[in-house]
Design a protein around this ligand. Structure first.
Ligand code: AMP
Length: 645
């Protein structure tokens, strides 16, 4: 009987949230809990009957029972009481941190006193890890005993050891401790290629390697698969912490060249700016102070929602019932929000410059920039990071999940089952966009070598169209519905123009790591939007083969269907243009000629709806175009005359 291989999961044990992930044959994926939540808040409390409560339920408790709820325990890991006191950390926490006397340790130990129950930070982290372990066990239906756990690059030996201890208390064999920035780079496949064909990475253990700058375990060769060197910057801006790391990947070894940051800077500061604005204006307009803790808590939540909205939209409406005769109401624009948060964002940018200087590298030496943390969704943050490193950052993966996904990739490498789905030199399936009528417009064909780029121009079909939705597709079939949608985005705010006039340039760029950047620019107005995607994610080699075979089997019917869509689009366009010309110069035409054109328009439209024989439709369209030549000539002459006068 063959022995079943141990499952190794990847765990991001975060300050605010923790996640567990696993790699299957389609790539890394997060294991959600039974409610479908991918991350659990790193919060612990005791219920009135003394039971331990973890995650969302514990977080809800925090408001009513702040002294009995532990959060941000990661800040305490591996630290002595006196050290925490000196750093000012203890003063900021609403729960009680005490000094625990131990006979063996050569430094004092900090512990948390929860209404008489004393727990060390590793014990608290262990309870969070146990929850994640159970989550994974429910998913797999069997025991999970091994894990890769991530830690910040700046964690010292004691902090790494405390993390390892937490794993052990939770019943997990911590097969490796990995730096969070390294995990983020691995999630994007950077440096993974050396592990094709299932070669496992060496088993040296980071926790023994001292603190920064530290060398990471071998995780494959440099991006692109060639031996050599590449430099990756990882910018991590979460809710309450910020750090940036510069990593060098040389012949399969990740080395942290420098790291810089601020353990008390993040999205919470941005929420506070909105809260301060509301409090100030409410005081000015209504003469009242928002003082009650409950209203402040509600306001904090509300401010966060507004902040998130402004990552997507250019403005958001704030409306709060403060108990006066009318609510407080105002619109906040993205520009205004950016001005408010700019000092904090600039501090992170200064850290990036410091990290570059410490690594003795200019920005031109950075090959890739990876974004981590929920606050990197803010457009200003993305823009400034792009400016400081001179490179568009990687944002294709969910920034909250990227570290856990990378831990899963590392776990997969250690398990010896690294699969090649992510790691191809060529585009496995064609890439394109959905065009009018549901056809697949291919921009990059299957088997094109990467890196590669393709550009095509499109236009609108409706007069005054103010937005265009771009659906990015993958597959060999001719109709969008038979392809895989990789993601979509909208080009919004187009100035009103007649159909066919806007020039929308769509560019597909697949870089050497297989990451696809799609951008769309309306050339007259300069309006731009885009999306970043990892096309190989979620695809197995077998699926690629199946899609290829299907495309061959359906080749004939697909070509006919595509031709039909193109013809129907052309008919819709030509008949509309003819109708417009008729409205303009129809008066000057003899009545029989005019009514003949009107009848031809109606007949062709009906035929387009009812006939599915492309040859017949093509013939009818050619006839129509010939028949309307005199009208077109008349319209052109009228336009020229109008220009002369
Ligand atoms: P993390 O610590 O990585 O989980 O990041 C949490 C922080 O990201 C919080 O401050 C969130 O408010 C923030 N965040 C999450 N989504 C967005 C978004 N769409 N726009 C701006 N901030 C966000």
């Amino acid at each position: 009987m063959t022995e079943r291989k141990d499952i190794i999961v990847g765990i991001d044990l975060g300050t605010t949230n923790s996640l567990v992930a696993y790699c299957d044959e389609t790539g890394p994926r997060i294991i959600a809990d039974e409610q479908g939540d991918s991350c659990i808040p790193s919060v612990l409390t005791f219920s009135p009957d003394g039971q331990v409560v973890i995650g969302c339920a514990a977080k809800a408790h925090a408001v009513e029972n702040p002294t009995a709820t532990v959060f941000s325990v990661k800040r305490l890991m591996g630290k002595g009481y006196e050290e925490l006191l000196a750093e000012g950390e203890i003063a900021q926490l609403p729960y009680t941190v005490i000094k625990r006397v131990t006979d063996s340790a050569d430094r004092d130990v900090a512990a948390v006193d929860l209404n008489g129950s004393v727990l060390t930070p590793p014990e608290i982290s262990a309870l969070i890890l146990r929850q994640l372990k159970q989550q994974a066990e429910t998913y797999f239906g069997r025991e999970v005993r091994k894990a890769v756990i991530t830690v910040p690059a700046y964690f010292d030996d004691a902090q790494r050891q405390a993390t390892r201890d937490a794993g052990q208390i939770a019943g997990l064999d911590v097969v490796r401790i990995v730096n969070e920035p390294t995990a983020a780079a691995l999630a994007y496949g950077l440096g993974v290629r050396g592990h094709l064909n299932g070669t496992a990475g060496p088993s040296d253990d980071l926790s023994l390697m001292g603190h920064c700058p530290s060398t990471e375990p071998a995780s494959g060769s440099a991006s692109g698969g060639q031996a050599g060197e590449s430099v990756v910057a990882v910018y991590d801006l979460g809710g309450g912490t910020f750090d940036v790391s510069v990593l060098r990947l040389t012949d399969g070894v990740y080395e942290v060249l420098s790291t810089h940051g601020n353990t008390h800077l993040g999205g919470d500061d941005f929420d506070r700016q909105i809260m301060n604005l509301v409090q100030r204006e409410v005081r000015e307009q209504f003469g009242v102070d928002i003082a009650s803790p409950a209203i402040r808590q509600a306001l904090r939540h509300f401010a966060e929602q507004i902040k998130m909205r402004l990552s997507r939209d250019s403005s958001a409406v704030l409306e709060i019932d403060i108990g006066a005769s009318e609510p407080y109401r105002r619109t906040i624009t993205r520009e205004e929000f950016e001005t408010m948060i700019s000092p904090w964002v600039e501090r992170t940018i200064a850290s990036c410059s410091r990290a570059l200087a410490d690594a003795r590298l200019g920005p031109e030496r950075i090959d890739q920039v990876v974004m981590v943390g929920g606050s990197t969704r803010i457009p200003l943050v993305r823009r400034r990071v792009e400016e400081v490193f001179g490179r568009r950052p990687y944002t294709a993966l969910n920034p909250d999940e990227v570290v856990a996904l990378g831990a899963a990739v590392q776990a997969d490498i250690l398990g010896g089952s690294r699969r090649d789905t992510l790691l191809l030199d060529v585009i496995p399936l064609s890439l394109g966009i959905e065009t009018m009528g549901g056809a697949m417009g291919k921009l990059i064909l299957r088997n094109t070598r990467i890196p590669c780029q393709a550009t095509e121009r499109f236009s609108t079909f409706v007069d005054g169209q103010s937005s265009v939705k771009i659906n990015v597709l993958q597959g060999e079939r001719e109709l969008a519905r038979d392809c895989r949608s990789l993601g979509e985005f909208e080009l919004r705010g187009l100035p009103p123009m007649p159909a066919g006039i806007p020039k929308i340039r769509v560019t597909f760029l697949v870089d050497e790591n297989g990451i696809l950047n799609v951008s769309a620019v309306e050339e007259r107005s300069g309006i731009e939007a885009g999306i970043q995607i990892i096309p190989a994610h979620g695809l197995t080699a077998a699926e690629v083969r199946r899609m290829e075979i299907e495309s061959i089997e359906h080749a004939r019917e697909d070509m006919t269907a595509h031709w039909l869509i193109d013809l129907r689009n052309q008919i819709a366009f030509d008949t509309q243009k003819t109708e417009d010309m008729l409205a303009k110069v129809g008066e000057q035409m003899p009545a029989p000629e005019r009514s003949a054109v009107t009848t031809a328009i109606a007949e062709l439209r009906t035929l387009a709806e009812t006939c599915s024989d492309p040859r017949r439709l093509q013939q009818a369209l050619d006839d129509f175009d010939r028949q309307t030549v005199p009208l077109a000539e008349r319209a052109i002459t009228a336009t020229l005359r109008a220009m002369d006068t």
